[in-house]
Ligand binder design. Sequence first.
Ligand SMILES: [Zn+2]
Length: 399
Amino acid sequence: MTHHLPPSPVPCTACGATTVNSVVAIRSVPIHCNLLWPTHEEALKAPSGDITLGFCTTCGHVFNTTFDPAVMEYTQAYENSLHFSPRFQQYADALARRLVERYAIRQKDVIDVGCGKGDFLAMLCEHGDNRGFGFDPSYVPEHMAPDRAARMTIVQDFYSPQYASTKADLITCRHVLEHIQYPRTFVRNVRTAVGDRLSTVVFFEVPNVLYTLKDLGIWDLIYEHCSYFSVPSLREVFRACGFTVTELHELYEGQFLGIDTVAASAPQGGLDAATPGDVKRIADYVDRFAAEYDAKVSQWRQKLVRWKEKNVKVAVWGGGSKGVTFLNVLKPGPTVGCMIDINPRKQGMFVAGTGQQIVAPEHLQSYRPDVVVIMNPVYKEEIYGILGELGLAPSLELA
Ligand SMILES: [Zn+2]
């Protein structure tokens, strides 16, 4: 079905097959969408790179064929915590409860790989009275509440085979694998660390590329995400690395994929029987995405030109990667006067590439936007409520 997409010379980073087609190319986006800049001038000079999406017709993986890991750097300034949204927190809490109850993880040892600020690990510890071990180079110790620190140990480092001696009954890893150029290397390291403890449950969560494709979520494409997983590509990575997949579900209204696995005694060869059919279904969405990407961008460009001509004041709500990509693809200039985010750690900082300041919702009482562009429809009710409390009624547009 992908006959009109040109072949890419780059082999699939998930399965190694040379059956990759080029989907879309996006020039000059910030390398660190989530890296915050203290001044407008520094934000404008943020380093940039190109995204050239490839689609593997063997395993259904989507990835950036022009990704250069050498330019990536995760530091304490890296800010990707979604935990300030009550809705996301509820979701994460329910997920932690499910894992604790389903696998009877009580008074046991839990590892969270890429634990960020340690919020999810704390939930796993609290629900099952467990001991937590987190690994994250961007971890900031002073952000943790003292009551949490008692049951959690967090190492400011990448998780690697040198930590294989840290035993665990449950290993979780959420929103890390999409940042890894060769996911099999990473998952194989986790398999090595599990060793012969075959009862250890390993759970990974990643963004679901099918949601992005179906939704024409063109603002979800960011340089930091070199890997975009589908059900078949995620399943094949874990099978190839010696895990048995026990559950693989869409989560968070289809935006994420969650995979529950246990270690197998040996890696499984060949493709899962369901994979060719799953890949074929995704291929149709990839075709449509490629065709409609340019149309959606040009519609937005026209809309922003009209707003500029009429002096319409616009604010973008959502200082995460979607908002940053939206601004960098469209480069709307001063028509978009600010970006709103409820995360106080982001407020006062500036958007990489385009330089808008990130401000608290209260700032809208002085900015008084005519239009608020919402990056994630999931938060529409929450945003509507906050605007109402501020006595504001701008028109709301979904990006
Ligand atoms: Zn592949």
